[in-house]
Design a protein around this ligand. Structure first.
Ligand code: AMP
Length: 254
């Protein structure tokens, strides 16, 4: 392997942000490449009214970047001591469903759905209602885990694309706890530290989860203003949703 390739593929150190909160070394070329691929959209072009809506499909649509996101998590979990590593990977509805399965498959672990409301079959464990960053317009959600999908004593990785206020994350901790299992780690690609999601995890339920690592690949500050995905010169007042009738769609095609 050429030395620049070796550098590209070398391990990435974790940097401590606060007790039991870690981020991958932002100066490493692998992390820089992931940060550089991520696009955000303004409220005009996003489904939620947040200043920057980060689009996980800017990762999934680039196979080399997507693969490295998965590899960075997998490489670390593989280093766990025998008998002490994760036993299950749980992904949050809906974008955790994109990241969790390839990680679970690489580790040979079950992938389990953390679904909103009552979308799963079977007997369900349901969280208390929780709020997320854009809660004002969206209202509260509840998270469910199918009873029996995670056995008592399981050590679960909880994964999502992004942690903002931590409301979504805590709903996952709650149902895992109700199943009699433990959280091995909460992991996300992007963290928005100003919204204090890690603090929410570490202080919820009387600090019961203060020992659980919260790991993000990068922070929102690593994604530049110039990485805005909004289309240029989009006609003011025109809906961003183009109905798929042939003529309208053809007219809107770039
Ligand atoms: P929170 O519960 O506030 O930590 O919000 C995290 C959840 O909401 C994750 O499932 C994200 O997919 C979604 N989310 C929150 N804020 C954003 C954002 N700025 N961009 C994209 N997704 C977000």
């Amino acid at each position: 392997m050429a030395s620049s390739d070796a550098q590209q593929r070398s391990n990435v150190a974790l940097v401590t942000v606060s007790p039991n909160e870690y981020i991958y070394d932002a100066s490493h070329p692998r992390v820089k490449a992931i940060a550089a691929a991520l696009l955000w959209y303004s409220p005009r072009f996003s489904p939620k009214n947040v200043p920057r809506f980060y689009d996980v499909s800017s990762i999934t649509e680039r196979p080399a970047v997507f693969q490295d996101v998965i590899d960075l998590f997998v490489e670390r979990y593989r280093k766990a001591a025998p008998g002490a590593g994760p036993t299950h990977v749980l992904g949050f509805d809906a974008r955790g469903f994109l990241l969790g399965p390839p990680i679970a498959l690489a580790l040979g672990l079950p992938f389990v759905l953390l679904r909103k409301a009552e979308k799963s079959p079977g007997v369900l464990l349901q969280s208390e209602p929780y709020h997320k960053e854009y809660a004002e317009q969206h209202g509260a959600d509840t998270m469910v885990l199918r009873m029996g999908s995670v056995p008592p004593g399981a050590r679960c990785i909880l994964i999502d694309d992004l942690i903002a206020t931590g409301g979504t994350a805590v709903s996952g901790f709650e149902v895992v706890m109700a199943a009699g299992a433990s959280v091995y780690e909460f992991a996300a690609v992007i963290g928005i530290p100003i919204l204090n999601g890690t603090e929410k995890i570490h202080t919820c339920f009387g600090g019961k989860f203060s020992h659980v690592p919260v790991v993000t690949l990068l922070h929102d500050r690593d994604i530049l203003d110039s990485q805005c995905g909004d289309p240029l010169n989009f006609p003011a007042g025109q809906s961003r949703v183009v109905v798929s009738g042939a003529s309208a769609a053809a007219a809107a095609r770039p």
